[in-house]
Design a protein around this ligand. Structure first.
Ligand SMILES: Cc1cc2nc3c(=O)[nH]c(=O)nc-3n(C[C@H](O)[C@H](O)[C@H](O)COP(=O)(O)O)c2cc1C
Length: 343
């Protein structure tokens, strides 16, 4: 039986394409997920408001259900002495690409939060998702008036309760196996590490909202297990990183397919906020990085762009969840359809 949540959105497949900022989520990936009967998310993070508006226009033209995911402000300000020490420590890595971090100052911003809300008010979309923070009541009310269904990412039953109190319509429940940044609302605290099925059950018990489950889903059996545990749908990120329609860099794609890679690790070395990615020289060397988001993101960003362009996987954030060995290079519809195969 399809859940009422799926019917409301007009979905026939309970397998969604999770938002992936930094390139992988493209309008083509989002429309491919919809064509398969699921739903995809555009990732607003790091983009300018105009680039977001352009992507929304591209997908809206296809007249399919889709979502937009935003980084909601929940800053992790960096301590200036720690920032200076970290800039000095990673300086030699950036210097390989002719970049100097001497004199770098921390940048603290909110990823154009209010301008992106204005974009979504001017060009309403079917679903809006939030990660990192829970928006203020006025923002939730304003987006609700656009008709959007609001989805809050959470990593625990406590966060689920806070999201329900804030008045969102559904939860993206993310286990620590997930690739990319954790959605945790308390990024300075260790992640709980509860396996996905247990997390779904705990959230289900705590709040009555529909659940989209994510984190470490690698095969059809994982999807079936998540639905059995109480999820209305699942979302996959990592499994789509090598999909034909994804905008993942060639360097990142090659690393995901490299059998010599030594698994994944939770790291704040690249961005100052916990994220899961493939282990590489940078995550090994700088595991003691300070907290500080987005200051560390901006500090290491030019180095990472240069590394990606040069085909250097050792100085690039290779975001990946624990299921990365199952990521395949083929059309997204084939990946999503196969995942739904045991339902
Ligand atoms: C490259 C990458 C970028 C991501 N960017 C975002 C993002 O912009 N917003 C968000 O809510 N989650 C983001 N995530 C998390 C995913 O939405 C999702 O929770 C996660 O990929 C699920 O776990 P899985 O990777 O094991 O499938 C990202 C994940 C990856 C791998």
């Amino acid at each position: 039986m399809p859940s009422p949540f799926l019917s409301e959105l007009g979905l026939t497949l309970p397998v969604l394409a999770a938002p992936m900022a930094g390139g992988p989520s493209t309008p083509a990936l989002v429309t491919a997920a919809a064509a398969a009967g699921g739903l995809g998310f555009l990732a607003a993070g790091y983009k300018t408001p105009q680039a977001l508006a352009d992507e929304i226009a591209a997908v809206a033209g296809a007249s399919v259900p889709f979502g937009v995911s935003l980084f909601a402000p929940n800053p992790v300000p960096v301590s200036h002495p720690e920032f200076r020490a970290y800039a000095a420590a990673v300086g030699p890595e950036a210097a390989r690409y002719g970049l100097s971090l001497a004199g770098a100052e921390p940048v603290e911003d909110d990823d154009h939060w209010h301008d992106k809300i204005d974009v979504l008010r001017a060009a309403p979309v079917p679903v809006v998702g939030f990660t990192f923070g829970i928006p203020a009541p006025g923002i939730i009310a304003a987006l609700r008036r656009t008709g959007a269904l609001l989805v809050q990412s959470v990593t625990s039953a406590e966060e689920a309760k806070a999201a329900a109190e804030a008045g969102v319509d559904a939860l993206a429940v993310q286990a620590a196996a997930a690739g990319g940044h954790s959605a945790t609302l308390t990024p300075r605290l260790p992640l709980a590490g509860t396996p996905l099925a247990g997390l779904i059950a705990a959230v289900r018990q705590a709040v009555p909202l529909p659940v989209i489950a994510a984190g470490g889903i690698a095969a059809a059996a994982d999807v079936a297990a998540a639905i059995r545990a109480g999820a209305d749908a699942v979302a996959v990120g990592t499994l789509l990183l090598r999909a034909d329609e994804a905008g993942t860099s060639a360097t990142h794609r090659a690393a995901l397919a490299d059998p010599a890679r030594a698994g994944t690790v939770l790291t704040r070395a690249f961005t100052g906020r916990p994220a899961r990615g493939l282990r590489n020289e940078f995550t090994d060397r700088y595991s003691a990085a300070p907290y500080g988001y987005p200051a560390l993101h901006y500090l290491t960003s030019p180095m990472r762009k240069a590394a990606a362009a040069a085909g250097d996987p050792e100085r690039l954030h290779l975001w990946a969840g624990t299921g990365y060995r199952h990521a395949t290079a083929e059309p997204a519809a084939a990946i999503l359809g196969r995942l739904a195969g045991q339902l």
